[in-house]
Design a protein around this ligand. Structure first.
Ligand SMILES: NC(=O)c1ccc[n+]([C@@H]2O[C@H](COP(=O)([O-])OP(=O)(O)OC[C@H]3O[C@@H](n4cnc5c(N)ncnc54)[C@H](O)[C@@H]3O)[C@@H](O)[C@H]2O)c1
Length: 100
């Protein structure tokens, strides 16, 4: 039986994770992005840069950009992904990833 997905969590806010976060939030879903503390600013920056491009190209307006960004929570805490309807892993399979 199909189940509705109303919230998304992504482990890894890199190229793929940030993109999935953006499209999910544009669709109106609350999103949690978990990354290592030192990479959280970069994750947010990826989404902000992409949204700025969308505003510039006239795909979305500034209000939508603010709404989308407001739906995304960036966190270092793995526990924060637990309540999402779906958790998507988009972190690299490196030794660093595996040991944390
Ligand atoms: N980029 C692509 O086109 C592509 C295509 C298919 C599959 N993939 C796969 O998707 C995954 C992500 O790819 P990407 O290009 O976004 O990589 P990326 O290097 O841009 O991003 C990986 C992110 O994971 C984070 N990370 C590492 N360990 C973590 C942990 N323990 N918890 C949370 N975050 C952690 C890193 O800080 C980084 O921000 C990889 O496994 C890759 O092989 C990528």
């Amino acid at each position: 039986m199909p189940r509705e997905i109303n919230s998304v969590a992504i482990v890894g806010g890199g190229f793929m994770g940030a993109g999935i976060a953006e499209v999910s939030a544009v669709a109106g879903m609350p999103v949690v992005v978990r990354d290592l503390p030192q990479f959280l600013d970069a994750a947010r920056g990826r989404v902000e840069k992409s949204l700025a491009g969308a505003v510039k190209r006239g795909k979305i307006d500034q209000a939508k950009r603010d709404e989308v960004l407001g739906l995304i929570t960036f966190t270092p805490d793995l526990k924060d992904v637990a309540s999402a309807d779906i958790v998507i892993r988009r972190s690299r399979r490196s030794s660093i990833s595996r040991c944390r």
